[in-house]
Design a protein around this ligand. Structure first.
Ligand SMILES: Cc1cc2nc3c(=O)[nH]c(=O)nc-3n(C[C@H](O)[C@H](O)[C@H](O)COP(=O)(O)OP(=O)(O)OC[C@H]3O[C@@H](n4cnc5c(N)ncnc54)[C@H](O)[C@@H]3O)c2cc1C
Length: 469
């Protein structure tokens, strides 16, 4: 079967890869001149990379790790020590660590929490542990029910002190969905905690050894092409053209260099677009169909990724850090954590700025000034006195509509990969799969989509072939 796929983010490429593996012919059309969507990256004039987002791979990502194995690129994941490291704003320049010992789950997680005495008191740890019991006993069904509550509401319903939020979960919530605990659905945090506590290496983190488009997306494209598929850049989906029965007749794709529109005919059609863009392209005949109407409730959240190149080393930490700063989320010194960005003498800090709703419209200059002020609070020893580091250059990458904002109530409106339109399918991190809005979620959604397209093949190839003839 020929399958036209719009979007070459992880979901579109994953769908194409697994379709090619099953003997189908995926043709991927990407609007931009770069692969990867939310993991896209670019080189500046000095040859330095800058990225849409600081990206972390977790041990709890089975489909992503399997993909690395299938592509034979496992050595590109740079695994870090099994720890979670938090800045301590009240003691600037110091860190608080949760170190997971080499024990089976959940003992390693329990030991990591119990042995950290900087952030939570014993009574807070006990009340949090008791609060988690229903999630541990009732598993995913309970986690899904909790989508009616924000994380702050859930903590209150379990009588867990607010300080637990301030100390740990503001940072976790901003890292997972770029919003605060009073907004994020408790399903998101409970899903992550379940994975981290139930799988021995669930919370172990890895950095890719270079820029995602080259080091992860390109091997996917090579695989797709080697198996008969195609991937085209600079070819945006402009319109979904329908037949009289409201199934898809063609994808109307922008021609190269803005030239005329071209109708692409296939046996099946897949949207691997971000949800906000898909909603704009939704044909009016489909707008009242329940699965598509529900998408009104899914909206991308703003986030900003910042790169600061300094003239000297500021940290020696080979890991992700949770800043616990008001404006910033996680950050890392990429000159240490990522092989291709390595610099033995100078730091390159990559920082996620979130929540970003009040900042997304501000100038790069304003954002950098605010970021430097936050860094001065975290590391006063570097930014006071005479011999202060010089910021050599910076880059700000804004994503006004990134992953869907995971507020309460989203789980029931996330669409399945199969739609009521017999030759049209959805993939993307926002579609229903158990890993929420993440790289793992995107890869899994692509795989699930390839499965449903393949299952539909008996109903698809014949009529379409006749129509083209
Ligand atoms: C700042 C930031 C940090 C993140 N950190 C992490 C992390 O640490 N760990 C993690 O697991 N996840 C992280 N994520 C989330 C992760 O990047 C996404 O969940 C995932 O990459 C989404 O993939 P996708 O294929 O569903 O969507 P996208 O990547 O958005 O792909 C959609 C593609 O469609 C293309 N497109 C748009 N319009 C058209 C059109 N008209 N025609 C054709 N193509 C079109 C886009 O250009 C894009 O390539 C982060 C995201 C951001 C923004």
């Amino acid at each position: 079967m020929r399958v036209a796929i719009a979007g070459a983010g992880l979901a579109g490429l994953s769908c194409a890869k697994y379709l090619a593996e099953r003997g189908h012919t995926p043709i991927v059309y990407e609007a931009r001149n770069v692969l990867g969507g939310k993991i896209a990256a670019w080189k500046d004039d000095d040859g330095d990379w800058y990225e849409t987002g600081l990206h972390i791979f977790f041990g709890a990502y089975p489909n992503m790790l399997q993909l690395f194995r299938e592509l034979d690129i496992e050595d590109r994941l740079q695994w870090k020590s099994h720890s979670m490291i938090f800045n301590q704003p009240e003691e600037p320049g110091t860190y608080s660590r949760f170190d997971f010992p080499d024990l089976p789950a959940p003992l390693n997680g329990v030991a990591a929490i119990l042995s950290n005495n900087d952030m939570l008191t014993w009574s807070e740890k006990v009340s949090f542990g008791i609060g988690l019991i229903p999630a541990m006993l009732r598993g995913q069904a309970y986690v899904e029910e909790c989508d009616s509550k924000s994380w702050s509401e859930w903590l209150r319903s379990q009588n867990i002190p607010e300080r637990v939020n301030d100390e740990v979960f503001i940072a976790m919530s901003k890292a997972l969905n770029f919003i605060n605990p009073d907004e994020i659905s408790s399903t998101v945090l409970l899903t992550a905690l379940n994975r981290f506590l139930q799988e021995k290496n669930g919370s172990k983190m890895a950095f890719l050894d270079g820029a995602p488009p080259e080091r992860l997306c390109q091997p996917m494209v090579d695989y797709i092409e080697a198996n008969g598929g195609e991937v085209h850049l600079n070819r945006p989906l402009k319109n979904i053209i329908l037949k009289d029965d409201n199934s898809v007749k063609s994808f109307q794709i922008g021609g190269k260099e803005g030239k005329t529109l071209e109708n692409i005919y296939a046996d099946a059609y897949v949207s691997a677009l971000p949800v906000d863009i898909f909603k704009l392209l939704l044909p009016k005949q489909w707008k009242e169909i329940k699965i598509f109407k529900g998408l009104d409730g899914l909206k991308g959240v703003p986030v900003i990724n910042i790169h600061l190149w300094f003239d000297r080393k500021l940290t020696d930490i080979d890991h992700l850090l949770f800043s616990r700063s008001k404006l910033l989320s996680v950050y890392a010194d990429m000159s240490i954590t990522c092989k291709e960005y390595e610099d033995p003498d100078r730091s390159m800090l990559e920082l996620v700025f979130a929540p970003a709703k009040d900042w997304i419209g501000r100038s790069d200059q304003d954002i950098i000034e605010a970021t430097l002020l936050e860094l001065k609070k975290l590391f006063p020893m570097h930014f006071s006195g005479e011999n202060q580091p010089t910021l050599r250059k910076y880059k700000v990458v804004k994503t006004p509509l990134s992953v869907y904002k995971a507020v309460p109530g989203c789980q029931k409106i996330r669409p399945s990969q199969k739609t009521p339109i017999n030759n049209f399918f959805l993939t993307g991190d926002y579609t229903m799969q158990r890993y929420l809005a993440s790289m793992e979620g995107a890869v899994l959604s692509g795989k699930l989509c390839a499965e449903v397209v393949n299952e539909a093949k008996e109903n698809l190839s014949e009529p379409q072939a006749q129509e083209k003839a």
